[in-house]
Write a protein that binds this ligand. Structure first.
Ligand code: AMP
Ligand code: GLY
Length: 432
């Protein structure tokens, strides 16, 4: 078959999916909404981006899919899932890999997701759901001092969860919920689980699924896990915290999840992301589910998959799940961001990314907010691009990524990246 594939996303995850799909012998053309400037340049097959569109521009996207006779649409971004893009594309007769709005509620409505986890006996922190500020504060005031997470129930660009280390902080966090607008109208007060985080991903076709990989994200903006949360500053894979015992628990959780969704007549088709915590007794807790690939988790996991990804997805859509083959390399990907991200980086926008051409020649780079303008690469977003390192172990992979990153900067010393991605497994590597 000579397929046309449409990917819905703009960041490094879109770039990774673009790479995977265009490596497929079945794919002749790729469309990405909105995509980013590096995708058509680094693609080995014709690839078109739509930078003027948003992932939620449903009618325009459906029109493109029909006009271009798209054979497969991969809805890979959270807002697109939440606005029901998969449903609209399916209704227009397009084959879609990506959950319906009702299955995706597991991500876009954290209150619903926690109730779902409780109903299907999925290990999760205890929680309370509130609408009124007063009721939430009253609950905290009646508790012994402790640690909580206060979370906006709706999508809040990864910023909706606030850690509270005592009652005073919890009350202040509850008061901040109104700053999230509609997303914070309903909020959760959650027990804080101590442990080590990991992300797990499964390809799901209704009640069938296969785990495709694990990664460890680094969400805080600064080294040693300091500073505000971001979309993810870098990932390593496979993380050592994922022992066979952890993997078995993840499988059991995903099985309960996909069966539960099917029972509720919300069959899940697409990538299911489990954000997990392993506690000191090696028990896995679900911190969150997402209805999509992680970014930058996709960059370290998809690159390890040896199968033709189009074939995997096409088979999943037909209800079968071929065995996923992986190489046994370790990978580290580092996000290169504009200084100021995840806060205000407006002063960096338009500044030149120096050495980018050289970097592209020497390393695997996934573009995001890097834009090609008047013959130069410039900063046009928070996370600009991602650099991948591979090796026999985490130390080698990391060295490769950081050697490559040393080639680039953003005019005026405005490039920021963490220098410690993979630190947990690097520490384990050197002490083993
Ligand atoms: P979320 O927005 O739900 O992904 O939360 C952002 C981050 O907050 C997660 O990646 C965890 O590091 C942390 N977190 C959220 N909820 C909890 C919890 N109940 N216990 C411990 N950590 C949490
Ligand atoms: N890297 C975290 C996420 O994609 O949500």
């Amino acid at each position: 078959m000579a397929a046309t594939v449409l990917v819905i996303d703009g960041g490094g995850r879109a770039a990774t999916l673009a790479q995977k799909y265009t490596q497929s012998k079945h794919v002749k053309k790729l469309l990405v909404v909105p995509g980013n400037d590096l995708i058509p340049i680094s693609s080995k097959k014709p690839a078109k981006i739509f930078p003027h569109l948003k992932t939620t521009d449903t009618s325009e996207i459906v029109e493109i899919a029909k006009q271009e006779k798209v054979d497969l649409a991969d809805v890979a971004q959270d807002d697109a899932v939440a606005c029901g893009l998969s449903d609209s594309l399916t209704k227009a007769g397009i084959k879609v890999f990506g959950p319906s709005k009702s299955a995706g509620q597991i991500e876009w409505d954290k209150a619903w997701a926690r109730k779902f986890m409780k109903q299907f006996n999925i290990p999760a922190p205890s929680f309370k759901i509130y609408r009124s500020e007063f009721e939430g504060i009253k609950f905290i005031e009646n508790q012994k001092d402790g640690n909580w997470f206060i979370k906006a129930s709706g999508l809040a660009a990864g910023k909706g969860a606030i850690s509270a280390k005592n009652k005073k902080e919890a009350i202040s966090a509850i008061k901040q919920m109104k700053n999230f607008g509609k997303a914070g109208q309903i909020y959760l007060v959650e027990e804080c689980i101590d442990g080590e985080e990991f992300s797990a991903f499964a390809l799901v076709s209704n009640e069938q699924f296969q785990i495709i990989g694990f990664a460890q994200d680094h969400k805080r903006v600064f080294g040693k896990d300091h500073g505000p949360n971001t979309g993810g500053m870098g990932c390593s894979s496979p993380p050592r915290i994922v022992s066979l015992k952890v993997e078995a628990q993840v499988k059991s959780i995903i099985k309960k999840t996909v069966r539960g969704l099917s029972k509720l007549k919300r069959p899940y088709v697409g990538v299911l992301y489990l954000g997990g915590m392993v506690d000191k007794n090696s028990k896995v807790w679900v911190i969150e589910f997402n209805a999509r690939w992680g970014d930058p988790e996709a960059q370290v996991i998809l690159t390890s998959v040896k199968n033709d990804y189009f074939e995997l997805v096409a088979a999943a859509l037909k209800g079968s799940m071929p065995k996923i083959e992986k190489d046994n390399k370790y990978r580290v990907v580092v996000a290169a961001a504009s200084k100021g991200y995840p806060g205000d980086y407006s002063e960096v926008v338009g500044k030149e990314i120096t050495g980018f051409g050289e970097l592209l020649k020497k390393a695997t780079v996934f573009g995001a907010g890097a834009k090609y303008e008047d013959g130069r690469w410039v900063a046009a977003g928070g996370r600009l691009f991602y650099v991948l390192g591979e090796g026999r172990n985490v130390a080698q992979a990391r060295e490769m990524a950081y050697n490559a990153l040393s080639l680039v900067d953003v005019e005026g010393n405005n490039l920021h990246y963490r220098t410690d991605i993979g630190w947990r497994d690097v520490a384990r590597f050197y002490t083993k």
